[in-house]
Design a protein around this ligand. Structure first.
Ligand SMILES: Cc1cc2nc3c(=O)[nH]c(=O)nc-3n(C[C@H](O)[C@H](O)[C@H](O)COP(=O)(O)OP(=O)(O)OC[C@H]3O[C@@H](n4cnc5c(N)ncnc54)[C@H](O)[C@@H]3O)c2cc1C
Length: 497
């Protein structure tokens, strides 16, 4: 790659000047750079309530473009923020202290499909569902299926170690990524992992997955593909109590059955989606479970039978088995659009993401409702119950002064609750901007220092997606809307390690 000339004059840290923009335009082409205020507005946010304005957005179409943009950022000492589809739910793609957003949406080629070895090599901007669509004719699919899969990208999934309804049995993104080509903070390009599971040396691809854009930018990804199962059975169980539904979740797994998906939706979620999707969810039910098993025909018939019995003995008032693909698709469409449908109920929602031991679900859910009520907020729950992965959605109207602060405090209290019962502060959406100060509830200084040293080994300094994932960045404290440090302190200073 051609060396670019040094900057004309020293710049204040974090400044993206006309000169930086000119250099980006020269290296990538003008048509791949945005820098006017009105162009940048669309890149101020992702799927959460965090906001931050970048000074430039670039749209690379190759690894070389990414490396060139990163090199320029490195020379001018300005922040770099990778971005996929911007559906993230922890503020990971938000330019918290400004800088250059590297938007990977145009790198969306599926480079290789190797059906025999069941792998695919993709660019980071490939939309999750598009990969499954591309390999479906070969009897294959890509297993991690976030509910946002019609929009989110494989690069974003890798960065967040995304999960999804079907990750209960098949594991999250990390279980499906074999190798990653990465642009490091100085513009160098490295391969982590490879095309098979048993690559010698440190599992650096494993370390990269879930690193939230703080170690490098993924420019090519080798993923595992799964064989489409012979048979799938989808059940819908309707309950008059959230407790009964939660108990049915634990009982199912306790009985030795591991469904591929085990999802719960509560009354407020049903109220949001049923009028839109007409999936047959009773509006007066307190909770419904969507349960799916897959495998050989005989096994799924048998498992569906056992699950039917378990739901029945946990007081399900109605149990339905999807008849045919269309019925099944409708149930999943309802589940996967449920969060977006919340816009029907309130102008804003704040999606939380915590994990609790499955057996604690009934007690934790009761407490989630109690905390929300204490803060005067409505809450809607839709979540991967089988994983103990909760998603309380706090519903609010941010035009009412003081409401957002109340929502954030309620959110922090719910996160603390998850940690107190032996769980964690994120199941799949990442730490991002929102929860970095909550890490101290889980890790001590030594643990965090080890992570810091890993970051240093990747040569990723303060400029590589700053303010994300770790409480260590300087100058980020007041910038997150969440004021997480203050809230974290308010809900308790105990540390669990
Ligand atoms: C309605 C809805 C439902 C959702 N359901 C789920 C769900 O079921 N499971 C789940 O896990 N998540 C879910 N999410 C969250 C979100 O879709 C995932 O976190 C997803 O992985 C983000 O992908 P993205 O392409 O939008 O990434 P972005 O939001 O653009 O970025 C996310 C993070 O990845 C980094 N990043 C992006 N691309 C790269 C790259 N190439 N290299 C390095 N870093 C990169 C960014 O810097 C940022 O930190 C949902 C979101 C919505 C809005």
């Amino acid at each position: 790659m051609t060396e670019l000339p040094p900057p004309e004059r020293p710049l204040p840290k974090g400044a993206v000047t006309r000169q930086v923009v000119r250099e980006l335009e020269r290296a990538l082409g003008k048509e791949r750079v945005l820098s006017t205020p009105e162009e940048l507005i669309a890149y101020e946010f992702d799927g959460t309530i965090e906001r931050g304005t970048p000074q430039a957005v670039v749209f690379p179409e190759s690894t070389e473009h990414v490396a060139a943009a990163v090199q320029i950022a490195h020379r001018f000492d300005v922040p770099v923020i990778p971005r996929g589809a911007g559906t993230g739910l922890s503020g990971g793609a938000v330019a918290a202290i400004g800088g250059i957003i590297v938007a990977l949406a145009r790198m969306k080629r599926i480079l290789e499909i190797d059906a025999v070895n069941r792998i695919a090599v993709v660019e980071p901007g490939v939309v999750n569902l598009d990969l499954t669509k591309a390999v479906a004719p070969l009897g294959l699919y890509y297993a991690p299926d976030p509910s946002s899969q019609r929009a989110c990208t494989i690069g974003g999934n890798v960065a967040e170690n995304a999960g999804g309804p079907h990750c209960l049995a098949h594991g999250a993104t990390t279980n499906h990524v074999l190798g990653v080509e990465v642009v490091l903070a100085d513009g160098e390009v490295a391969w982590l992992g490879g095309r098979t599971r048993d690559v010698p040396g440190y599992d650096l691809a494993g370390a990269f997955v879930g690193s939230e854009g703080t170690l490098g930018i993924a420019t090519k990804i080798v993923v595992r593909l799964m064989r489409t199962p012979e048979s799938t059975r989808t059940l819908l169980a309707v309950f008059d109590s959230v407790d009964d539904a939660s108990n049915a979740v634990s009982a199912t797994i306790g009985a030795g059955i591991l469904p591929t998906a085990l999802e719960m939706m509560d009354k407020n979620i049903i109220a949001a989606i049923e009028p839109v999707l007409h999936a047959g969810f009773p509006l007066d039910a307190e909770a419904i479970l969507l349960i799916e098993v897959e495998g050989l025909e005989e096994a799924t018939v048998e498992q569906a039978d056992v699950i039917h019995g378990i739901c029945h003995s946990n007081n399900a008032r109605e149990i339905r088995i999807a008849v045919g693909q269309a019925d099944r698709d409708l149930l999943w469409a309802a589940r996967k659009t449920s969060i977006s449908a919340l816009g029907r109920l309130y102008p804003n929602y704040y999606v939380l993401d915590g994990v609790v031991p499955r057996t604690r679900l009934p007690a934790v859910l009761r407490e989630v409702y109690a905390i929300s009520a204490k803060y005067g907020l409505d809450v809607a729950n839709v979540f991967h119950a089988g994983d103990g992965n909760l998603h309380p959605n706090l519903l609010f109207d941010d035009r009412i002064p003081g409401t957002t602060a109340r929502v954030l405090e309620a959110g922090a209290e719910i996160m603390r609750l998850c940690v107190d019962v032996g769980g964690s502060i994120t199941g799949e959406h990442g730490v991002g901007l929102e929860k970095r100060d909550f890490l101290a509830w889980i890790f001590d200084d030594t643990d965090l220092a080890v992570m810091g040293r890993l970051k240093a080994a990747f040569k990723a300094g303060e400029n590589y997606n700053p303010c994300k994932a770790f409480p260590t960045h300087k100058g980020c404290g007041e910038l997150s809307q969440a004021h997480v440090a203050r809230v974290a302190a308010a809900v308790g200073a105990d540390v669990y390690v």
